[in-house]
Design a protein around this ligand. Structure first.
Ligand code: ZN
Length: 166
């Protein structure tokens, strides 16, 4: 990734010094592409998610409720407030329903998860699936993200020990 950044920087310097302008098109398109987040729909993650839903009593309901989850890898080395983000769970907004079949999308950030062991990936997947929430309403099911609370962490720690997040 660093080489790409360097190549882009070199390109910018060369471009501006060469006076080849106009500067409003090529360099910005190229820069954007160099930083592009690549997404890979993952059968491996789908199998892992399905396995976690089947094996964990507190996740069984997800299969029963027919919730549709998309699983993907991202090429982005995501961080938030200086901390590594291994994965996240995203609720597809209602207004995208016509375009996206999934109710939720779980993303594993490939550069951050590449070195995790299989059992750690399982814990991570279990953790992300705990974010899936649904409420039955008169107009049908409404989906939401279940946010972290102490109870959540206790549940994870009880099953996997305190080192689960590493
Ligand atoms: Zn989380």
């Amino acid at each position: 990734m660093k080489n790409v950044e360097e190549a882009v920087t070199t390109f910018f310097i060369d471009y501006f010094l060469s006076g080849r302008g106009p500067y409003d098109r090529a360099p910005f398109a190229w820069k954007k592409e160099a930083n592009m987040e690549l997404i890979d729909i993952s059968e491996e993650l789908e199998e892992l998610g399905t396995k976690m839903i089947r094996e964990h009593e507190d996740l069984n309901w997800i299969a029963g409720a027919g919730i549709d989850i998309g699983y993907q890898y991202s090429s982005k080395p995501k961080t938030s407030n200086g901390k590594i983000v291994y994965a996240d769970c995203y609720k597809v907004p209602d207004r995208l329903k016509a375009y996206v079949q999934h109710n939720f999308i779980i993303t594993f950030y490939e550069p951050n998860t590449a070195s995790l062991r299989d059992d750690q990936k399982e814990i991570l997947m279990y953790h992300e699936l705990l974010h899936v929430g649904m409420k039955e309403t008169k107009e049908g099911p409404k989906y939401h993200i279940v946010h972290h609370d102490i109870e959540d962490f206790e549940r994870v720690i009880k099953q996997y020990g305190v080192d689960w997040a590493r």
